[in-house]
Design a protein around this ligand. Structure first.
Ligand SMILES: NC(=O)c1ccc[n+]([C@@H]2O[C@H](COP(=O)([O-])OP(=O)(O)OC[C@H]3O[C@@H](n4cnc5c(N)ncnc54)[C@H](O)[C@@H]3O)[C@@H](O)[C@H]2O)c1
Length: 439
């Protein structure tokens, strides 16, 4: 089938590439000419495991192309996927301007029937509004389905190629059959294809992210409780995760959730509830606990150094909002780095994928290190903000020899307390006793 993807950001690039990998003829569009030029030169705009290889192969085999001309691509395709951004303001209101503009452009380009797939995350009712909007601009027939995405950055290809389920909001049997056929190669392992009404399909994405967020916030509060009762939250987590009713995922205490998905979707749920006069204080608490977690972590560091922070050089390992991505949007590390800078510390950051983005974000206020040990040279402390695998088993003796003071503030609980004691570190983590003595 010929498919057009409108919006070639994190989502659109993964969707388009995975569809091409399954044999479809895909055109990925973006209004950003530089982005499209880079992709046509084989330069990846994002760091996503396995993506580059798939993009290159499908470009070479002429199943995947990148362009800015929307009208030409829409005229050439039967299905058009909307994958543009949906920003959220401080009140949780979703800005649908990009989605509406994409719908208008698609409507204006149509020269016959099209199946339009809304993949951007939008509040319930958005697809209905877009249907009215498109119908007002074109006389050509079309259908619109809602098809939310559940992929995780850092494992997006894997998630898209082998999803836990595919959700399609659609009220037409014929269209549903087309969608089922489209996704059948991805569901060979027997995972469910779930057809439902459009509003429910739009809501599923929000519901999933609220649930995931609540697990993380509950674990972060549990971590505080563990600290107060001399329990180790890592052991407690293992005890919880073994319970089949709960399972192991999204139970890691730390710096809380970040990125663009979970925080924005949670904020939108709070706003949606307020708009309908519902009191959803549980959702609000989940968000508040998350903000507090990052604040408390920063306060712990600042309390440790006191006024002397202005003379301290602090190394930060990890800046991405999660490992295996270069996305720093909404990353907890940003708030922590900013807090350290505001307090007068010198900050040197190392992240395997986002050093460039950190430099763009903070300018000369921070320095970035080319290797992770380089960041530690002369450091008075190390903050671990992202759980990249390469940070998990470092050469502790080398770390200690490079640092001026052997103190680690680990926001991701990467090390065991015994190892930290053995190597003479003072080690602050989340929900576990401090190794090397409190202070
Ligand atoms: N990032 C993820 O992992 C993820 C996962 C699930 C759902 N989503 C949802 O997917 C949507 C897109 O997210 P993203 O992270 O890919 O955003 P993004 O900002 O990375 O990408 C959006 C792209 O759309 C382009 N664009 C906007 N309007 C356009 C237009 N009219 N024509 C052509 N291009 C246009 C922008 O230039 C940009 O490159 C959001 O609704 C998001 O909530 C994202």
């Amino acid at each position: 089938m010929k498919l057009t993807i409108v919006g070639t950001g994190y989502q659109g690039l993964v969707v388009g590439t995975c569809m091409a990998e399954n044999g479809h003829q895909v055109t990925c569009l973006d209004r950003d000419e530089t982005l499209i030029a880079h992709l046509n030169e084989g330069r990846m705009p994002i760091h996503e495991p396995g993506l580059e290889e798939l993009v290159m192969r499908n470009m070479e085999e002429e199943r995947l192309r990148f362009q800015v001309d929307l009208a030409e691509a829409v005229r050439d395709s039967m299905m058009v996927f909307i994958c543009v951004g949906t920003q959220v303001d401080a009140s949780g209101a979703v800005d649908l301007a990009e989605v509406e503009a994409a719908a208008d452009q698609i409507a204006d380009a149509m020269d016959g029937y099209r199946l339009i797939v809304l993949k951007s995350t939008c509040p319930p009712g958005t697809a209905d509004q877009l249907i009215e909007r498109i119908a007002a601009r074109t006389e050509h027939p079309f259908d619109m389905v809602v098809n939310p995405d559940f992929m995780k950055e850092g494992a997006a290809i894997q998630d898209f190629m082998g999803p836990d389920r595919v959700v399609v909001g659609c009220d037409d049997i014929r269209v549903n059959e087309i969608m089922k056929e489209l996704y059948s190669p991805f569901l060979r392992t027997g995972k469910p294809y779930l057809q439902m009404d459009r509003h429910s399909a739009e809501m599923v994405k929000y519901a999933v992210n609220v649930l995931l967020a609540s697990r993380i916030s509950i674990m972060n509060q549990m971590a505080e409780l563990c600290s107060s009762y001399e329990a180790d939250v890592s052991a407690v987590r293992e005890g919880i995760a073994a319970d089949e009713r709960i399972g192991p995922h999204y139970l890691f205490p730390g710096l809380g959730f970040g990125g663009t998905g979970i925080p924005k979707d949670l904020a939108t749920c709070i706003r949606m509830a307020q708009d309908k006069g519902l009191s959803h204080d549980l959702f609000e608490a989940v968000l508040e606990v998350n903000k507090r977690r990052q604040r408390h972590f920063l306060e712990r560091i600042l309390r440790y150094y006191g006024d002397a922070i202005v003379e301290k050089r602090i190394a930060v390992w990890g800046a991405a909002f999660k490992p295996r991505t270069d996305d720093i949007r909404g990353a907890p590390a940003l708030a922590i780095i900013q807090g350290l800078l505001d307090a007068g510390a010198e900050v040197v950051v190392y992240d395997p994928a986002c050093n460039r983005k950190i430099k763009e974000h903070f300018g000369d206020a921070v320095s970035v290190a080319p290797r992770y040990y380089h960041a530690l040279e002369g450091a008075d402390g190390l903050v671990i903000a992202t759980e990249w695998n390469e940070f998990r088993r470092p050469d502790y003796a080398r770390m200690a020899s490079l640092m001026r003071e052997s103190v680690i503030f680990d926001g991701r609980n990467l090390y065991t307390l015994d190892v930290m004691r053995e190597h003479g570190f003072r080690y602050f983590s989340v929900g576990r006793p401090t190794a090397g003595g409190e202070s």
